[in-house]
Design a protein around this ligand. Structure first.
Ligand code: MG
Length: 380
């Protein structure tokens, strides 16, 4: 089965409500829809996370396409890495592996979707079979004020989420007020995870770990800047008894190796757009597994395509966490029409639809395409 064409469609998926976190306020998800047409008549669908903005991801994809079109889709792994050599190493300066991973993850996802559809098998079967029937998620708390976030925590706990997750690093007093409202609303019925998204320096992190301890956080994610490296997290971990999750410090299997070697984290938060897709996600998870550390699915600005794809891969990973992240629910409308991706009691079943296990809503795709066209006149 050869690749006949690859269509790139930039989309802007608007959020239902402003998304408040330590780095500011975000209003939507920039993605590039990838459709690989094959000479077998099968079309594989994937997406690239186009953060912080579409242009560099589209530029990399346009540069890469001539090396994929006309080639066998079953060679996608080799095609991606030969493009890395040609497009990033051979051209010399600034290898930019993170941009490369974001761009190529979308191609790899779409290739796997086509391969699964052609074989009439779900991806998890092509990867050797699932080790679980469902993936468990945390309830992701939204809102600006402590009262809004407290009310949302009550709602998500009522919907069956056993783990809740909230952004901190928005100011020490505000963080404490948010935690107070959450515990007031849900008591100790839920496990509570916090994500500071690199907001604290080392001293303030130590101060906040003490101040937040009474609210019994299960872990605090990426408390300090990723620029402190695995050692920064390790230094903090050595002086606190609240577990630490590594997020922005980790993108690749090699980063996972550094984290476990430096004993920097109790859990690693990682997504497929960071690892350059499915095969390297499994490789990264395997490195963590060897060190007895679990992988928690990381959501970034993405749609249900990534949720569906990640379910397929996560189903095959032994050391998967039981409070994973999804992000499509932040969108005003998702572009996936099937299956239903609303977690029930905090979990989603592993789909047996062929490929990545989803179908697109093209009306919603067209609306997101129109929103992209209007970007020049909006704050996004
Ligand atoms: Mg995070």
């Amino acid at each position: 089965m050869n690749i006949k064409d690859i269509r790139l469609t930039p989309l802007h998926c608007t959020f239902k409500q402003p998304y408040h976190w330590s780095q500011g306020v975000t209003y939507g998800a920039p993605v590039v829809l990838i459709e690989i047409e094959t000479d077998a008549g099968v079309t594989g669908i994937g997406e690239c996370s186009a953060s912080p903005t579409h242009a560099p991801i589209l530029a990399i994809l346009e540069d890469a396409l001539p090396r994929f079109i006309g080639q066998s889709i079953y060679d996608v792994n080799q095609l991606i890495w030969s493009y890395y050599q040609y497009g990033f190493n051979a051209k010399g300066i600034g290898r930019a592996p993170r941009y490369f991973s974001q761009a190529m993850a979308g191609i790899e996802l779409a290739a796997w979707d086509a391969i699964g559809k052609q074989a009439k098998l779900p991806l998890h079967q092509l990867l050797g079979g699932k080790v679980r029937d469902k993936i468990e998620y945390f309830g992701f708390l939204q809102g600006n004020t402590p009262e809004e976030i407290g009310a949302h925590s009550e709602q998500l706990a009522r919907n069956g989420f056993k783990v809740l997750y909230v952004k901190v690093g928005r100011g020490n007093e505000l963080d404490i007020a948010i935690l107070r409202e959450i515990r007031k609303a849900v008591g100790d019925r839920v496990r509570l995870r916090l994500d500071a998204n690199e907001a604290w320096d080392m001293l303030n992190a130590r101060r906040m770990f003490e101040a937040l301890k009474p609210f019994d956080p299960e872990f605090i994610e990426q408390p300090v800047s990723a620029s402190t490296g695995p050692e920064g997290l390790a230094r903090l971990r050595a002086v606190t008894n609240i577990p630490i999750a590594a997020d922005q410090t980790v993108y690749s299997a090699e980063d996972v190796y550094d984290i476990v070697r430096c004993r920097s984290a109790d859990v690693i938060v990682l997504g497929m757009h960071e690892t350059c897709g499915i095969l390297r996600y499994r490789k990264a998870a395997a490195v963590a597994e060897a060190a007895g550390v679990n992988i928690c699915i990381h959501g970034i600005f993405e749609t249900g395509i990534t949720t569906a794809a990640t379910i397929q891969v996560a189903a095959t990973i032994n050391n998967l966490d039981n409070g994973n992240q999804i992000m499509w629910q932040l969108l005003k409308e998702d572009i996936v029409s099937r299956p239903n991706l609303v977690p029930k009691d905090g979990a989603l079943p592993v789909s047996n639809l062929p490929g990545l296990g989803f179908e697109l809503n093209y009306d919603a795709v067209n609306r997101a395409k129109d929103a992209y066209a209007k970007l020049r006149t909006q704050v996004v």
